[in-house]
Design a protein around this ligand. Structure first.
Ligand code: CTP
Ligand code: CA
Length: 225
């Protein structure tokens, strides 16, 4: 009902959203991942679609239904997510990065399950840093020219405002959205702190779909400026 009465604020826009965690394999049966339910990103994809946008959702491993009318691409690792984003973003006018991308992946993936060797000593794992997908996109010429509007997310355990402001600048994005703690993993509601070049705005605690609709409105307002 709300969707029906909402003006189609994103009509004509092509929105790309990343959501969920990534999974970095150690061997065929083990890996490391981040805690993320994907709910916020899926809600944003749904809200953007309701607002009239053409929406593509690049999703890490989550168990969530695809929002109606949204094109979904499932990926597993950060590198897979990066490849999907780099090709899809060429057609996008808005990029919203909600994914909890693993910052590191094992330097090599064992082809066979690593067995305990009986010594009682755990195996040593080497890690390499994954590329920053959002920062890479934000550096593209389309983002810099204003043809592509980039929105980042930040989940911080402390000093949200300072970290969010620093992250916005470091990533080179016009809008950075912070999750206001306590940890919201998997929960249905949340509160958000929007940080842009003009200052901050808080979206008070509500369910994630309600917040997603408000955030979509905030993004749409910034596109017309
Ligand atoms: N992000 C990304 N690719 C990565 C890491 C992060 O696209 N390899 C995006 C996330 O989707 C999010 C934003 O960058 O929109 C911030 O992610 P976050 O983990 O909070 O920031 P980091 O730069 O990884 O810093 P740190 O984890 O050390 O706080
Ligand atoms: Ca990170």
């Amino acid at each position: 009902l709300i969707a029906f009465f909402q003006p189609k604020l994103l009509r004509g826009q092509r929105v790309l959203v990343t959501a969920g965690p990534t999974y970095e394999a150690i061997d065929p049966v083990r890996g490391i991942t981040n805690r993320s339910s994907g709910k916020m990103g899926f809600a944003i994809a749904r809200a953007a679609r309701e607002a009239g946008a053409d929406v593509t959702l690049v999703a890490g491993p989550v168990h969530l239904p695809t929002p109606r009318g949204v094109r979904r691409m499932d990926v597993r690792s950060a590198q897979e997510m990066q490849r999907a984003v780099e090709s899809e973003v060429l057609h996008a006018s808005v990029f919203v990065a909600t994914a909890a991308v693993a910052d590191w992946r094992p330097a090599s993936v064992a082809e066979q399950k690593i067995k305990k060797d009986g010594s009682g000593k755990p195996p040593a794992l080497d890690f390499v840093e994954n590329d920053d997908i959002l920062a890479g996109v934000a550096q593209s010429s389309r983002a810099k020219s204003g043809a592509l509007y980039c929105v980042g997310f930040a989940a911080e355990s402390h000093e949200l405002l300072a970290h969010a402001q620093a992250k916005r600048v470091r990533k080179g994005v016009p809008l950075l959205v912070g999750n206001i703690g306590p940890a919201t993993f998997g929960q249905d509601d949340n509160a958000l702190l929007l940080v842009d070049e003009r200052g901050t705005k808080e979206l008070s605690r509500a369910d994630k779909l309600n917040l997603a609709r408000q955030l979509v409105t905030e993004i749409a307002l910034r596109l017309t400026k």
